[in-house]
Ligand binder design. Sequence first.
Ligand SMILES: [Zn+2]
Length: 406
Amino acid sequence: MHITSKERLQEKIAAWSAFGDAGHGGITRLSLSAPALQARAEFARRAKELGLTLETDDLGNMYATRSGSEKLPRIAMGSHMDSVVCGGNYDGILGVLTGLEVVETLAREKIPTRHPITAMVWTNEEGARFPPAMMCSGIVTGKFDKAAMMAVKDKEGVAFGEALEKSGYLGDLSKRLNPSDYAAYLELHIEQGPVLEDAGITLGVVEGVVGMCNYTIQTRGQSDHAGTTPMNKRQDALHAASQLICSLYVSLGAIDPDLVFTFGHIDCHPNVHTVIPDEVSFSLDARHRDPAVVGRVVEAIKALPREVVGCAVSFQEAWSRNTVPFHKPFVDLVQKNAEALGYSWKRMYSGPGHDAQYVQDMLPSTMIFVPSIRGHSHCEEEKTNLDDCWKGANVLLNTVLDIDRA
Ligand SMILES: [Zn+2]
């Protein structure tokens, strides 16, 4: 077994935490913003220092490659360097830095590989400045239309394409991740939930990304004066929505213990304290690895009453995605290496989406999870113990070497 350097990894995490430092242990590093460009420049500088070949594609995705001894497709590792507003120093960036640390270990210890090994950076995974999330892995794998994505504007009216051109990281379409030049893709990521920490386990062997459905549910009543309308004469759309939400907590909660669901967004019209609401819409996001369980959520929505407390009820599917299973032989290699290195592990599915789930459509892929302290993520408190980050990097290194030998 080979191991990476804990000291070097610690230095990397500290170095990148300066790019977009938000002042309370976290960062704001929106895609293609000034701090994101500093983070890219540092990646490029270190790649050159290690003698890697640096390429960017037409979406600004970066690829730093150490050559192999044979003419074989590359093995890639990567994640993203952009964050949400006041995000943490681990989401995404840890996958980039462990990838870089793996290549650095290979280079410094002169470990030969047959395949070229690539550490990569995806542009705009979070979609916090330019929606949607996973934009560029989505374009590369044919999920999103490039022209439409280039035209997406941020709050200041700057288009993604414009920001990309100004960044200096606009490269060539031929450099994109593709199934003939690449053999595999691996992504290490923080869990972003509390399961590993609660179980006292070091590594998540990720079997796939859970499927989900996302619905918008509306209630429509009648606005009237809040002071003059007796309670029994009201058609209060918020009363109706609250009844629906409470009954869905009960019905969905009974479907399966591993089902997670969230009513994360509510619009209430006219949202004035003296007016009875006439229109309310709310979102329902439900996730489970088993499509049959997601199907039962859909059935529960379809079985909603058409009228509640005098208000009309309607619903639409906003979007959905199927469960994405990762490449089983790679999943097994991750588990084997965690075991061989003496680390505790647990097989699990990812609740959040990741670039790897799109890449899996194109290349054999898998992910490695490391524990998130108290499950915090997308906040400045987000943290993973250095020891766990390093252990994850060691599993990543040995999994790359196994794929290289195969
Ligand atoms: Zn992420």
